[in-house]
Design a protein around this ligand. Structure first.
Ligand SMILES: *Cc1c(COP(=O)(O)O)cnc(C)c1O
Length: 381
């Protein structure tokens, strides 16, 4: 099945009891048993829920995996991955990653003796040096947030495989429409389904996708034992959002490419970060591992200060100033004070995350209107 067919059909069947074409929201906490232990495969809704099962089958197909395991948020999914590790183990992660992911490793899991090491991964040839005897997990995010660096997934996985270390790729920014890391050697794919998968900014949800039974069983155990499960309504919303994933992401990419070109030409803009540009250092790898270059664009200002950035951030009309990304509507954000505020300023500056850096999540509106909106805000009209 090709991708556009999978988003609509994979794992989805008319409801066996009524024939309902759309997967029902099974809003129940428990299931009747005919005799003790005599049930239809569903006992208690933390453990199994039919709406969730359909979404899990669909997600597994989209990422070319064997199993998907859903959670109440992207961070709850990450939490489940970190629970594979033990005190003294080390996770090596990209140094330019989602602020909440950094926080989870460096605060909560630090208390339990887990070590986090945040390293540059863009230079895959020199990556092996970072894998030590205690390294048990490699955490990749690509394109990275918010600098939109590209990490060579296949090359990092090859280095990891040599040393028998698990690799998890946070595929939230690309979505499975643009990139399928399991095909490139990753063991685990993570999604904040809150973003492109849900696609309508109306739910918080997370998922892991794997390609082997053993890891799947460990994650099903954690899903049930720790209990960070999504509700059936949220599973329904993500399942519905996925049906148009390919259409939304395709349009977002097209719009983002045009907006990135517009920003390059604006006199107040210093740097534009977009992997679709030929002079972007990760452009060739992006072309190799992605179908298109994504809907995210970051840029900063020649006057690198918060005041000038603030003027733009509060003067757009169509771009809403808000955290998050991946919805049909365009959002504008300020990583250093919003999504990445939990990362110390010196750390932020090291990766180029300046005070004036602005991140756009480009939606599916008419691109001429979006460019006019940005132009007015930049010109200070
Ligand atoms: C939003 C996000 C997360 C966290 O997901 P939640 O659903 O908000 O918990 C993790 N990784 C990336 C790249 C994200 O954008």
């Amino acid at each position: 099945m090709k991708f556009a067919t999978k988003v609509i059909h994979a794992g989805v069947h008319p409801d066996p009891t009524t024939g309902a074409v759309m997967t029902p929201i099974y809003q129940t906490s428990t299931y009747a048993q005919a005799a003790p232990g005599d049930h239809k495969g569903y006992e208690y809704a933390r453990t199994q829920n039919p709406t969730r099962s359909v979404l899990e089958a669909n997600l597994a197909a989209l990422e070319n995996g064997s199993h998907a395991i859903c959670f109440g948020s992207g961070l709850a999914a990450m939490d489940a991955v970190l629970k594979l590790l033990e005190s003294g183990d080390e996770v090596v992660a990209t140094n330019d990653l989602y602020g909440g992911s950094y926080r989870l490793v460096n605060t909560i899991y630090k208390q339990y003796g887990l070590k986090g090491r945040f390293v540059p991964m863009y230079d895959a040839d020199n990556f092996e040096q970072y894998i030590g005897p205690e390294t048990k997990l490699i955490w990749i995010e690509t394109p990275t947030n918010p600098m939109l660096h590209i990490i060579d997934i296949a090359a990092i996985c090859e280095a990891a495989k040599k040393k028998g270390v698990l690799v998890c790729v946070d595929n939230t920014f690309a979505s499975p429409y643009l990139q399928t890391p399991l095909d490139l050697g990753a063991d685990i794919v993570l999604h904040s389904a809150t973003k492109y998968l849900g696609g309508h900014s109306d739910t918080v949800h997370g998922a892991l996708i794997v390609k082997d039974q053993e890891l799947a069983d460990r994650f099903y155990f954690i899903q049930n034992a720790s209990g960070a499960v999504p509700g059936p309504m949220d599973c329904f919303l993500v399942l519905r959002g996925i049906k148009t994933l390919h259409l939304r992401v395709e349009r977002a990419c097209e719009n983002a490419g045009k907006i990135a070109r517009f920003l390059l030409s604006h006199p107040k803009v210093a740097n534009v970060y977009y992997p679709g540009h030929e002079d972007h250092p990760g452009h060739e790898i992006a072309k190799k591992q992605m179908r298109n270059f994504g809907g995210m664009v970051s840029f900063d200002l020649k006057n690198d200060n918060l005041e000038d950035a603030n003027k733009i951030l509060s003067n757009t009309n169509l771009f809403t100033l808000a955290e998050s990304l991946g919805g049909v509507e365009s959002l504008i954000g300020h990583p250093s004070s919003m999504t990445h505020a939990s990362i110390p300023r010196e750390e932020r500056l090291k990766v180029g995350l300046t005070d004036s850096l602005i991140r756009l999540s480009v939606g599916v509106e008419d691109v001429d209107d979006l460019i006019a909106d940005l132009k007015a805000a930049l010109d200070g009209e």
